[in-house]
Design a protein around this ligand. Structure first.
Ligand SMILES: Cc1ncc(C[n+]2csc(CCOP(=O)(O)OP(=O)(O)O)c2C)c(N)n1
Ligand SMILES: [Mg+2]
Length: 588
């Protein structure tokens, strides 16, 4: 006799053996391919169900991240490279706290992620997968686990039954995927995880809410401002998080001949486009009569907010999902127009209005400006090239020459993850070859002003998992590298065959911290040359790390051998080996 299927148009019924399997069925239904986790004994039921899924060749698969920071950074990298939501399992309180910095970045970045941590409810006769000893004391928090993480999630909940867990999980997905996106947290008890269930009803109609379109009157005003401006400029930081918006920005810039300046946290605008005018808005500020800041409210386009503005005549407009920046206590930028909206909806609407309104007489002026900007674009690149060549013989290697060489070595199929500090501008200027294609550039610590270091390797791994055919290169300041969970990251790369190349920008220092002389020019630090917070010594032999992971590594300290060393390392990575290059740069 065939079993009766109780599915309706609102739910799909699945037979399961356990609650954990039911959760996995729900994730599978959503198209979740991986569950990232860092081990904790509460996850035994999940592992059992994941083993069943693996034996049946079903997704999701388990990624054993070995460290909570890595699980979260890797899941973030996967989302940044795909736009898809993730599920991450973290161990009870400690695991959650271990990942706190990454969760803040995920929150600031509007990354959709369902974060789950365990706890226990019963404390005697540990029948629900408990172990004797101190665990029963350690597996819960006064006031609930959610308290630990509440400021950095959109929504959190501690379900008390599996009866409606299908709706709770579906609600979690809907909330995390609705703009402004962000992580949600579920504290799942061991008792719920271990429960036997025979079936699960998976809700089928759980679409996220639509994204945020701006007030049409505001878009109209912006269109008028742009048409009246004789010298506008656009600045962006993270517009490319929606890759489709990049082409719309190109169309907008071309329609009105507007230069685009960026600090790329994503690939925002093709670097070979004549209207790409580099990475410094400062020279424009005194000349322009209109500044449009798109997707960059939480990243300073210029600094200080008001004093950094040389001309006070320009009209200043912003487009952002949250142009008021609720996540920051202070945001002091002057604004004529703050447009709340998703750039991927606002820009097409703006373009439509502009295309209708644009008048012929202004065309000559715009064509002239386009020609002028094209010349500026080329001159900028020529200048950077000359500066690189002027430094080619420097010893230690000049970062400009190194980045110029790296740009020669990469192709359009390369994804760069940047986690460097004082070298960021050089990296932006010289590493342009791959940023002609969307999804080719990401920030290790994140696009917004969160800046917790130690996430770059995880992000690189997440991107490699999402794009196995791309070459992934993580650029790491030597100090940033130290903040990363290096052993877990390299071990995971080996275990899951996710080879990538790490390049250490090794100046043997936290150069960014060398401000002593600025503040205490006659002080002890300067007179005794005791710069606490700066040196990273004695010199670390980073290349030796790779032997432990059957990887490839080399030191680059000769300016004439940069190209051959880079090509050798890239070819090793493309053959499937984890690789690391230690580039010796001048100390601050
Ligand atoms: C988790 C974390 N701890 C500390 C800092 C503060 N911090 C900002 S930059 C920096 C130095 C980074 O050194 P390195 O990567 O070598 O770059 P360099 O300054 O030498 O260019 C530190 C410690 C931080 N941002 N995040
Ligand atoms: Mg350094």
């Amino acid at each position: 006799m065939s079993e009766i299927d109780h599915s309706t148009s609102f739910v799909k019924v699945h037979k399961v053996d356990s609650a954990a399997e039911a959760y996995l069925e729900i994730f599978r239904h959503w198209g979740i391919k991986y569950v990232f986790g860092s081990p904790g004994s509460e996850y035994i039921p999940f592992w059992e169900a994941l083993a069943k899924f693996s034996s049946l060749d079903k997704f999701p698969r388990y990624i054993n991240a070995r460290h909570e920071s890595l699980a979260l950074a890797m899941a973030r990298g996967y989302t940044m490279g795909t736009g898809l939501p993730q599920v991450v399992l973290l161990h009870v309180s400690f695991g959650l706290l271990h990942g706190a910095m990454e969760i803040k970045a995920i929150f600031n970045e509007n990354i959709p992620m369902i974060i789950i941590a365990g706890h226990n409810v019963t404390h005697e006769d540990e029948v629900w997968g408990g172990t004797p000893g101190p665990h029963y004391l350690a597996f819960s928090e006064v006031g609930g686990t959610q308290r630990l993480i509440q400021p950095y999630v959109k929504w959190c909940h501690e379900p008390s039954t599996n009866r409606n867990i299908n709706y709770i999980l579906s609600r979690a997905l809907r909330l995390t995927m609705t703009e402004p996106r962000g992580p949600v947290f579920l504290s799942l008890s061991r008792e719920l995880l271990f429960e036997k269930l025979s079936q699960i009803e998976i809700p089928t109609k759980i679409q996220p809410a639509t994204s945020i379109q701006a007030d049409p009157a505001a878009i109209n005003t912006l269109a008028h401002q742009l048409l009246s401006a004789t010298n506008p400029v656009i600045y962006t930081r993270y517009l490319g998080r929606n890759p489709k918006t990049v082409e719309i920005l190109v169309q907008l810039a071309e329609l009105l001949s507007i230069p685009v300046v960026e600090t790329p946290a994503y690939m925002n605008f093709p670097t070979n486009h004549p209207l790409h005018l580099g990475y410094n808005i400062q020279p424009f500020l005194s000349e322009v009569d209109m500044i449009v800041v798109i997707d960059s409210s939480s990243w300073p386009p210029w600094y200080p907010p008001t004093k950094g503005l040389q001309s006070n005549k320009a009209i200043i407009s912003y487009i952002d999902l949250d142009p008021t920046q609720l996540k920051y206590p202070y945001w002091g930028y002057p604004a004529d127009l703050l447009i709340t909206g998703d750039s991927q909806l606002v820009l097409p609407a703006l373009l439509q209005i502009l295309r209708k309104k644009i008048e012929d007489p202004t065309r000559v002026h715009r064509r002239e400006r386009y020609n002028q900007l094209t010349i500026q674009h080329t001159k900028l690149r020529e200048k950077w090239r000359e500066e690189a060549y002027a430094s080619q013989k420097n010893h230690p290697i000049d970062p400009k020459w190194f980045c110029h060489q790296l740009n020669q070595a990469i192709d359009k199929n390369t994804i760069i993850v940047n986690e460097t500090i004082t070298h960021w501008l050089t990296i932006n200027k010289y590493l342009e070859k791959n940023r002609v294609k969307t999804g080719s550039r990401f920030e290790g610590a994140g696009a917004t002003a969160s800046a917790g270091l130690g996430q770059g390797l995880g992000v690189a791994l997440g991107l490699k998992l999402a794009h196995p055919n791309k070459t992934i290169i993580a650029l790491e300041g030597d100090g940033c590298f130290h903040y990363n969970p290096v052993i877990p990251a390299f071990g995971l790369a080996q275990e899951y065959n996710l080879p990538f190349l790490t390049i250490i920008f090794n100046n043997q220092a936290y150069a960014a911290m060398k401000h002593h002389s600025r503040y205490y020019s006659n002080g002890y630090a300067v007179s005794t040359e005791t710069y606490y917070g700066v040196p990273q010594k004695p010199k670390v032999e980073y290349t030796k790390l790779l032997a432990a992971f059957n990887g490839y590594s080399a030191i680059i300290d000769d300016p004439d051998k940069i190209q051959s060393s880079l090509q050798q390392a890239i070819s090793q990575v493309n053959k499937g080996k984890l690789a690391l290059l230690d580039v010796i740069l001048p100390e601050p």
